[in-house]
Design a protein around this ligand. Structure first.
Ligand code: NAD
Ligand code: TYD
Length: 342
């Protein structure tokens, strides 16, 4: 199967490509992957360094908003598209919402339209539970039919994209599936998000900035569990459906922070309570019984196991995250790709 993966140099996309093409996958030879990524600050080709010369993998530096480029890629016999490309950080969306609308909404429309014209057999839109808004402490988890109620420019842009995808299915019978996953953590996550920021700050004995009272709740899922769910959706997901994906890992931010400090043997005195994020969603929780029942997926990692594994990964990959913090990670593209261009 020849797949276009967009945003594959980011956190979840690179984990997904590793899952498909890595040596542990007995079906790795069944896949040919084209990775289209704009390499924003969040795109890091070092995440995929071991695949740079793999014969069934190709990287293309470009923007999903570039219709001509997307068209030319789809002409090469692509059968499926899985769209990870996005601006993904809520805090940044508060200051640069236009960037979020451009990639997360306009970009998705460009992909959908090109895919429709090229009769792509499957399109997966990787969305988020944040489109449902915020829950009160005792409310049941979001279901696929929970009304959309986004609260940040990020979640509003993702909700807008979901509605576009829905309209292409309803209007044109376009074979699209939407997945809505909860907060991911694990290897290769950019150290601006809560868990990698706090692990790397603690390792450097820097303060951990906890927003507000630290009692906001997220349903944490290990990125490998999310990627296994996406691989199943690629094989068996039904057109026009939405699948929620969750981790059974509801914790508040203080609990996560204290677990990280304990795993690293660092003191609680590193915690700093700082001004809250405007519009900060209080709680997310996901009811994922549909994907369990229909596709037979469940998360494998417990949060404790997943966090220990993740902390060990950041401990063993100090060079990877130090190169991000120093900006050196941006050289990889120049060395391995740009210099070899005609
Ligand atoms: P990320 O920020 O780590 O990676 C995004 C990638 O998209 C980067 O490689 C970036 O260079 C690329 N990109 C950005 N704009 C682009 C454009 N215009 N054209 C081509 N490439 C572009 O994000 P992530 O955490 O890996 O998230 C991937 C997807 O999963 C996003 O769509 C996000 O909304 C969704 N999601 C994320 C989470 C989470 O917890 N991280 C949870 C649920 C859903
Ligand atoms: P984040 O990783 O940004 O994901 P999202 O906002 O998409 O859920 O944040 C997770 C939670 O951690 C969220 O409640 C905000 C909080 N947070 C902090 O308290 N301090 C921080 O420095 C960051 C980045 C997040």
């Amino acid at each position: 199967m020849k797949i276009l993966v967009t945003g594959g140099a980011g956190f979840i996309g690179s984990n997904f490509i590793h899952l498909l093409m890595g040596p542990e996958n007995p079906h790795q030879r069944d896949y040919e992957v084209l990775n289209l990524d704009k390499l924003t600050y969040a795109g890091n080709l070092e995440n995929l360094a071991n695949l740079a010369h793999h014969k069934h993998y190709r990287f293309i530096h470009g923007d999903i908003c570039d219709g001509k480029l997307v068209d030319s890629l789809l002409e090469s016999g692509i059968e499926a598209i899985i769209n990870f490309a996005a601006e993904s950080h809520v805090d940044r969306s508060l200051y640069e919402p236009d960037l979020f609308i451009q990639t997360n909404v306009v970009g998705v429309q460009v992909l959908l339209h090109a895919a429709l014209r090229h009769k792509i057999k499957k399109f997966i839109q990787v969305s988020t539970d944040e489109v449902y808004g915020s829950l009160s402490p005792e409310a049941p988890g979001f279901r696929e039919d929970t009304p959309l109620s986004p609260n940040s420019p990020y979640s509003a842009s993702k909700a807008a994209a979901d509605l576009l995808v829905r309209s292409y299915f309803k209007t044109y019978g376009f074979p699209a599936v939407i997945t809505r996953c909860s907060n991911n953590y694990g290897p290769y996550q950019f150290p601006e998000k809560l868990i990698p920021l706090f692990i790397t700050n603690a390792l450097e004995n820097k303060p951990l900035p906890v927003y507000g009272d630290g009692l906001n709740v997220r349903d944490w899922i290990h990125v490998e569990d999310h990627c296994r769910a996406l691989a199943l959706v690629l094989q068996k997901g039904r057109e026009g459906e939405i699948y929620n994906i969750g981790g059974n890992g509801e914790r508040n931010n203080l609990e996560i922070t204290e677990t990280i400090l304990n795993l690293l043997g660092k003191p609680k005195s590193l915690i700093r309570f700082v001004t809250d994020r405007p519009g900060h969603d209080r709680r997310y929780a996901v009811d994922f019984r549909k994907i369990q029942k229909d596709l037979g997926w469940s998360p494998i990692y417990s949060l404790q196991e997943g966090l220990s594994q993740t902390v060990r990964w950041y401990l063993s990959q100090e060079e990877w995250w130090q190169r991000i913090k120093s900006g050196a990670y941006r050289d990889f593209y120049r060395k391995h790709y740009q210099e070899r261009l005609p």
